[in-house]
Every structure is written in structure tokens, then in C-alpha cells.
Design a protein around this ligand. Structure first.
Ligand SMILES: Cc1cc2nc3c(=O)[nH]c(=O)nc-3n(C[C@H](O)[C@H](O)[C@H](O)COP(=O)(O)OP(=O)(O)OC[C@H]3O[C@@H](n4cnc5c(N)ncnc54)[C@H](O)[C@@H]3O)c2cc1C
Length: 412
């Protein structure tokens, strides 16, 4: 079989039992589950010219496999999510390592025993490590706030070093903040790892799909009963009906081609855009990616180098370290964090989560609660940051709930 791509103008809405907006992990996992476990006919509407959401990867013009929406590394302690993805692709073990470029010297991140030697020199580092082990134990993570609360000037010095050389400038660049605006509660959580373990994640399952993410998605969506409309923005084909004309009136129906859709609608796009931003746009950070290709096998020692004290970009990713692709040239990607000002030209990457924005989001969410067959799911529709494994897990749970509801209705 091959994936069934259809043109929206040719679609007969009554042919479908479920409608899904978005083909990232949220949309694709639910689509596959409903088609696979209940033989439902599922229509996916995707505004991009490809499937796979932010996990999409492809060969660039130099033949190097790159992730188009930022580097994605699978890591998880959730066996169900990992085993589920392994149905669609083999995974090759990969443990991510990140180095900070600190004035031209590489230093492991999160800050650990090896970083301490680089920062303070062998002798002083050994003294500090012994002190840390005596206070907190070996092999544990402590926050810089815990270090500061010990009332020990040497431990405070470690905390200050990490804050100033690993955390502050990187965070400012990432969120577009002045030093004063950096949230103290986030600062408090910055870890020091009393260990030689320089893996970025300590999760049980870590790896990359052998042939890349796009192939994994193709395998998941190549299934009888699933049709996909690419280049189709839900807002351009949805007709929303509300309980009244009031600004806060909830949804009463979603029509397509003049017909109210009665089956489950799983929406994984941004909720503010669905409602044409009637309460104003939800704030996000966006990213710009700049690629460079070199005629050499590798240009940096690991997959990601964070620029914590210099440069305008936050980090450089060199994909070949993650994908194990073998070729004589290499492509790197510089990542610039930007404010999200224009939904027509930019992509919303990171929700800016705070009390005010959460309340703003809840206003939109409330509009959907009156439509029982509407399910917002995913990093955009829920205005949250989720790792891939969490999204797979939530999509599996939602599929189970929808199927249980359909089964119960069928028995009535
Ligand atoms: C830079 C970056 C790096 C990341 N790295 C990692 C990592 O290393 N490991 C990890 O576990 N997680 C990582 N993540 C998180 C990961 O990207 C998310 O967990 C994942 O994308 C969530 O899947 P999703 O389906 O909710 O959203 P998405 O992947 O964003 O998919 C949503 C889809 O909906 C489509 N869509 C949106 N609106 C509409 C509309 N109106 N009409 C039609 N289609 C629409 C979009 O085009 C998109 O294809 C990273 C995130 C970012 C931003």
C-alpha cells in the first residue's frame, strides 16, 4: 500500500467517521488507532505540504538527513509509548550529549563533575566534588538554589558559575529576556549533576528511528481507512457554529462542505487560530534555522553545542551525530530564537507559559467544551510543552477513551 493523499475538493465528508486536524504524533497516533482498532474511516487535514508535524525530516540538497523543525531525540521512561512507536520503525540506540561552548572551550551540559574540572581546574574541582558528595551524595542532581541555601561560599561559587556561564545568556536568548526578567523559579531549578555521566537524558529508552521520523510516520499512516489532505488549513474549510452571537458563546457545531460533522474531531492546531484570535493571539516563541554544509565528515564533537556565553544563536545541531548517517559532507543548523509575530510566515514553537497566558488559553478552551465530539490534543491545542513520548501516550489514552465512548454508544 501507499499513503492515501486526497484533495479536499474531492472529499465526500459523509465518507468519514473521524476527522483529525494535524499529522504530528498527536494526530497521527489517534488516526492510526481509530482506523486500526475500530475500522473507522479517518480524514486528516494538514496545512503543511508534508506529514509528521515538527518531527518531519528529509535529505537536504547535499544529501544529509536534517530535521526541518529542530532536532528531535526520542527519550522516555514510558514503555507503552516507546513500544508503540517501535511497531512502525526500528530504533537505533542514541544517547544525546550536549556541550556548552564556553569561550571556545567545550564543557558538558548539564554541568557535572567533568564540567567542574574544566571550569575550576583539576585540584579545586576535586575539592568541590568531595564537598558536594559529602553534602548531597554521589550521582545525584542538585539545583543551584539548593547549593546557594547551604550558606557555604564555595558551593555558592559553583552555583554562581553555572548561573552566569551556562544558564543566563542562553535563557535570555531563548526567551528574549533581559537578565532582570529571567524567572527566579526557573533559575532555581537549574541542575548540577554530581556525576561523570554526561548524557543529556537519563531515560531508560533513548534512540532514533533507523530511517528517520518521516519514514516512521509513513509507516504509521499507510493504512486502510486513513486519507490525508495536505496543504489544507482547517480554518479555511471549517464553518464554526456557536450557541449564540455572544463573544464567549461555545461551539455548537463544526460544518465542512455545509454538513455538521458528527463523529470525533481531534484538533491538534492552535486553538486561538481556530477562533480567528477573537480574544487576541496566544504568545509563543518562534525559531529561525540557518543551515550550513561543509565538505568534511564532522565539524563539532557532538550532536548539539549550546552557545552559553557568546553568539546570537542559541545552539548548533549537527545531525549526523544523531542519525549515524555516513557521507563525506555534513550539515549543521544554527538555531535563532525569535518573537512570534506573524502566523502567516512564522511557526509557533514554544508556548510562553505563565498565569496570564494560561488564563488567556482557558478562554479559548472553554469555547470548545460545549461541543462533545471535539477533542483538543497536543502541544498547540493544549498550549503546553510536551515531549514526543508524552504526546504519544496522551494520543493513545485519548484513542482509548474515544473508542470506549463509541462502543458504549453502539450498545445503546
Ligand atoms: C525545537 C524543538 C525541539 C524539540 N525536540 C524534542 C526532542 O528532542 N525530543 C522530544 O521528545 N520532543 C521534542 N520536541 C517536542 C515535540 O516537537 C512535540 O512533542 C511534538 O511536536 C508534539 O506533537 P504534536 O502532534 O502535538 O504537534 P506538532 O508536531 O506540531 O504537529 C501539529 C501539526 O498540526 C498541523 N496544524 C496546525 N494547525 C493546523 C491547522 N489549522 N490546519 C491543519 N493543520 C494544522 C501542523 O502543521 C503540524 O503538522 C521539540 C520541540 C521543539 C519546538
Amino acid at each position: 500500500m501507499t499513503i492515501s493523499y486526497v484533495d479536499f475538493k474531492d472529499v465526500e465528508i459523509s465518507d468519514y467517521d473521524a476527522l483529525i486536524v494535524g499529522s504530528g504524533f498527536a494526530g497521527s497516533v489517534v488516526a492510526r488507532q481509530l482506523a486500526d482498532c475500530r475500522d473507522l474511516r479517518v480524514l486528516i487535514i494538514e496545512k503543511r505540504p508534508h506529514i509528521g508535524g515538527n518531527m518531519y525530516d528529509e535529505l537536504d540538497e547535499n544529501g544529509v538527513l536534517v530535521h526541518r523543525y529542530g532536532p528531535h531525540i526520542f527519550h522516555s521512561n514510558d514503555q507503552r509509548a516507546f513500544y508503540y512507536l517501535r511497531r512502525y520503525a526500528g530504533f537505533i540506540p542514541y544517547e544525546h550529549r550536549v556541550l556548552a561552548n564556553w569561550h571556545g572551550t567545550y564543557m558538558p551540559v548539564p554541568f557535572n563533575k567533568k564540567s567542574m574540572v574544566i571550569a575550576f581546574g583539576e585540584e579545586k574541582a576535586q575539592h568541590l566534588i568531595e564537598k558536594l558528595i559529602a553534602k548531597f551524595g554521589d550521582g545525584v542532581k542538585v539545583t543551584i538554589n539548593e547549593l546557594r541555601s547551604q550558606d557555604d561560599p564555595e558551593l555558592a561559587e559553583v552555583a554562581d558559575f553555572v548561573y552566569e556561564n551556562v544558564f543566563l545568556y542562553y535563557t535570555q536568548k531563548q526567551w528574549g529576556l533581559t537578565p532582570e526578567e529571567v524567572d527566579p523559579s526557573v533559575t532555581a531549578r537549574v541542575p548540577v549533576f554530581i556525576s561523570e555521566d554526561d548524557r543529556y537524558f537519563q531515560d531508560k529508552f533513548q534512540g532514533m528511528p533507523v530511517h528517520g521520523y518521516t519514514k516512521l510516520f509513513e509507516s504509521m499512516l499507510d493504512y486502510e481507512g486513513i486519507d490525508i489532505c495536505l496543504n489544507t488549513d482547517a480554518e479555511s474549510v471549517f464553518e464554526l457554529e456557536f450557541e449564540s452571537d455572544a463573544e464567549d458563546a461555545g461551539l455548537s457545531a463544526i460544518k465542512l462542505k455545509g454538513q455538521a460533522f458528527e463523529g470525533p474531531i481531534i484538533y491538534t492546531g492552535p486553538l486561538d487560530e481556530l477562533f480567528l484570535s477573537r480574544f487576541g493571539r496566544l504568545p509563543y516563541r518562534s525559531l529561525d534555522f540557518v543551515y550550513e554544509t561543509f565538505d568534511q565528515e564532522f565539524v563539532q564533537p557532538c550532536g548539539t553545542v549550546n552557545y552559553t556565553v557568546s553568539e546570537d544563536y542559541t545552539r548548533i545541531t549537527e545531525f549526523k551525530h544523531m542519525t549515524y548517517q555516513r557521507c563525506p559532507n555534513t550539515t549543521i543548523m544554527k538555531e535563532y530564537s525569535r518573537s512570534y509575530d506573524d502566523p502567516r510566515t512564522q511557526i509557533p514553537y514554544y508556548a510562553i507559559i505563565n498565569e496570564e497566558n494560561n488564563a488567556h488559553y482557558e478562554r479559548y478552551r472553554k469555547l470548545t467544551e460545549t461541543l462533545p465530539n471535539f477533542y483538543p490534543l497536543g502541544r498547540l491545542a493544549e498550549y503546553r510543552y510536551y515531549n514526543m513520548d508524552k504526546i504519544v501516550s496522551l494520543a493513545l489514552e485519548l484513542s482509548d477513551r474515544i473508542m470506549a465512548k463509541l462502543d458504549a454508544e453502539a450498545q445503546l
